[in-house]
Design a protein around this ligand. Sequence first.
Ligand code: COA
Length: 260
Amino acid sequence: MGWNNILLEKENGIAILTINRSDVLNALDAETLQEIGMAMDQLDNDYEVRVVIVTGAGNKAFVAGADILFMQKLRPLEAKKFSRLGQTVFSKIENLSKPVIAAVNGFALGGGCELAMACDIRIASENAKLGQPEVSLGINAGFGATQRLTRLVNPGIAKEMLFTADMYSAEAARRIGLVNHVVPSAELMKFCMNMAKRIAACGPIAVQLTKEAINDGLEMDLEKGFIHEADIFGVAFSTEDRDEGFSSYLDKRKPEFKGR
Ligand code: COA
């Protein structure tokens, strides 16, 4: 399918989705969000794809936020619809049946930081800058930050970031736990690809079940979370991947997981 605002490449089980509006630092308008949503639906059903990497075109920005020119024209109910669109699309990423790595290659502001937060793992280049500047524009974050940031970092830190509109360096974002690693800009994609390859070499159903157990568990009390984990553990034992994983270990060879 032809895309106007994104690029989608696939190679050896790894898909790279690039937000491709570099003239506006990859800002998100409704069409771009819809394309990200459609791409996620496609990737969810593509059994060849085991890991997804999300990044921004160019070397200056991951995504510099929701598109301010687009938002300037919105009436209140249209703004609510735009917020719901962003939330729905980002939830598709969070609930995708495979891991999503954000390769944060520059500014990740507002909706860009929220997009990164919806991914499972965030890797930042040294030049990345992350923040939620919405209040400096007289609006609040509307694509999930008031909910996801408090779950990712401690609530006091999240409130400071959301109230002050401060931009955080990649290293400061790593210190608060918002990004996992900071790497030189030239090595960002290589680092993310290497991580994606290590994940892709593991049992895809096991990885999917692990993502489900973690995401669902965050919404449960600990005891219910343990029961859920045990249920999922049982499901893993019904797969051919489990047979392959165990026999390859015993045969001292590399497993060839089929995702069945
Ligand atoms: N929406 C629409 N356009 C945006 C944008 C956004 N969120 N962020 C950047 N752009 C556009 C700029 O308007 C500019 O367009 P122009 O060339 O037609 O003037 C182009 O992208 C390049 O950005 P510019 O501001 O010239 O780059 P810079 O290096 O001087 O500054 C930023 C970079 C990210 C600090 C600055 O662009 C910025 O503050 N952007 C808005 C960030 C924001 O508030 N996001 C949250 C929105 S809710």
